[in-house]
Design a protein. Structure first.
Length: 233
């Protein structure tokens, strides 16, 4: 689904170069659930921006579902991102004046998809995340867990193949965090979506198919559950 080869992201390259990413090589398979870990400043956010096609690297190759994003214009990249990638933010990023239903519908509105088909899908997703009783509620009327479930439904609205999560449980209490993780794990298994979740939380790593650890702009470890079991045996 995703392949990065020799990816570098350099700021102020011509004056005082700062390497946010340095020679990252990474392959992510379809329907894989990845936990991306590392301390602040390790390069996680920069890598997420590239994996979500929000940003391009200074050099290297980034192929997402067979498409080399380095060759795409900003306009084509925006259209590609709307179709292929859903993003779940730590701080929810819901529109405060819109209802749950309107927030979930927003990506389809931006993509100019069929209104009737979009509404049907939105209602199905809202039911899937357990918020059918909150359709007309606005974000200030929701709990943190309900806001994050709304954000997940919104990320799935255009049926993307890849879901990027930036600390999606970071602002939730333990009960709500556990519910969100259960939902993510179910969606990954049943809908065969590729999830990439940046996190500091060990409980996120516990549900992942693979943990990718970053340090100083490099991938320093990428360990799967299977490899851990083999080592333990």
């Amino acid at each position: 689904m995703i392949q990065l080869v020799g990816v570098e992201k350099i700021y102020n390259e011509k004056t005082s170069p700062v390497y946010a990413l340095s020679g990252v090589n990474l392959t992510i398979e379809k329907a894989e659930l990845i936990a991306l870990m590392g301390s602040s400043g390790s390069g996680k956010t920069t890598l997420l921006n590239i994996l979500s096609a929000i940003d391009k690297p200074t050099r290297g190759t980034v192929v997402i579902d067979g498409v080399d994003i380095m060759s795409m214009s900003e306009r084509d990249l925006t259209a590609f991102r709307r179709k292929k990638i859903g993003i779940v933010f730590q701080f929810f990023n819901l529109m405060p004046t819109l209802t749950v239903l309107e927030n979930v519908l927003l990506p389809s509105d931006l993509a100019k998809l069929s209104a009737s088909a979009s509404r049907e899908r939105a209602l199905s997703l809202i039911e899937r995340v357990g918020l059918s009783h909150r359709l007309k509620h606005k974000p200030f009327e929701l709990s943190g867990g309900e806001m994050q479930r709304t954000a997940i439904a919104r990320a799935l609205m255009n049926n993307p193949d890849i879901i990027i999560g930036d600390e999606p449980t970071g602002n939730l209490d333990s009960k709500n965090a556990a519910q969100i993780l259960d939902l993510i794990q179910t969606l990954a298994r049943e809908e065969k979506k590729t999830f990439i979740i940046a996190t500091h939380a060990s409980d996120v790593a516990a549900i992942a198919d693979r943990v990718v650890v970053m340090r100083d702009g490099k991938v320093v470890e990428a360990e799967s559950k299977e490899s851990k079991k083999t080592v333990a045996a």
